[in-house]
Design a binder for this molecule. Structure first.
Ligand SMILES: [Zn+2]
Length: 235
């Protein structure tokens, strides 16, 4: 939770100056851990030897270019935290369980919605902000292929989980007759998903499904599937 919140802050306030730095000439465990992350995310093609040399510096610059910050080749404290966030989002170690719902509820709308025709114009609800952050990380220019692939895979997993959870929520709030129709729709979704090839197209498809479903379920104009009273409706 702390990490994701740090990420949210990092995305809003892009790094001010900080005290400690990791830079060329440094050696030790911290450098080795840094190198391992850079390798896994596709910025460094080398061995993690714990020595911050020319190649590590070039990898750090590539990372900074990806972030759109000054390519100094050295990482300060905030950038190290930001790298941790990126690493955890990309590898999935952290994703899916950490959001502080109360705080997010106040900051973001109740449902996802399209403002425009594509993902760039979509508004994400408090439930799906994690996916929104992933989307921003995926669509930033200069992402190494490896990183983009990891992030896209994670984003697909998260949307799949989110969509199935929304179907469950929808089914549990529906009348018996509606519930069957919703289940049918869910089965169609799962069948279509199974036929998708992993990658960008699958991601964009899931994104569309997720946003539409979230809007239908949580949007201000959300309507029950039929006119039958599902019990405790809002009208
Ligand atoms: Zn949503």
């Amino acid at each position: 939770m702390r990490r994701l919140f740090a990420l949210a802050l990092a995305l809003v306030f892009l790094a001010a100056g900080a005290a400690a730095e990791v830079k060329r000439g440094d050696r030790g465990e911290e450098v080795k851990t840094l190198q391992e992350k850079l390798i896994e995310l596709g910025f460094l093609n080398d061995r993690a030897d714990g020595i911050f040399g020319k190649k590590t510096e070039a990898a750090v610059k590539a990372l900074q270019k990806y972030w759109g910050v000054k390519a100094s080749g050295r990482l300060d404290d905030e950038e190290l935290v930001r790298l941790d966030d990126l690493y955890f989002l990309a590898t999935g170690v952290m994703a899916g369980d950490g959001l502080d719902e109360e705080e997010l509820r106040e900051l973001y709308p109740a449902s996802c919605d399209w403002e425009d025709a594509d993902a760039a114009g979509a508004v994400f609800c408090f439930r799906h902000q994690e996916e929104k952050w992933l989307e921003e990380l995926i669509s930033a220019p200069h992402a190494p292929v490896k990183l983009a692939t990891l992030l896209t895979g994670r984003a697909c997993e998260l949307w799949e989980q989110a969509i199935l959870a929304m179907y469950e929520e929808w089914e549990s709030n529906a009348s018996e007759a509606d519930s069957d129709a919703i289940l049918d729709q869910q089965i169609l979704f799962e069948d279509a998903l199974e036929k998708m090839q992993p990658g960008r197209d699958e991601y964009l498809w899931l994104l569309r499904q997720g946003i539409d479903l979230c809007f239908d379920l949580h949007g201000a104009e959300a309507q029950p599937l039929s006119d039958s009273e599902g019990g405790g409706g809002e009208q």
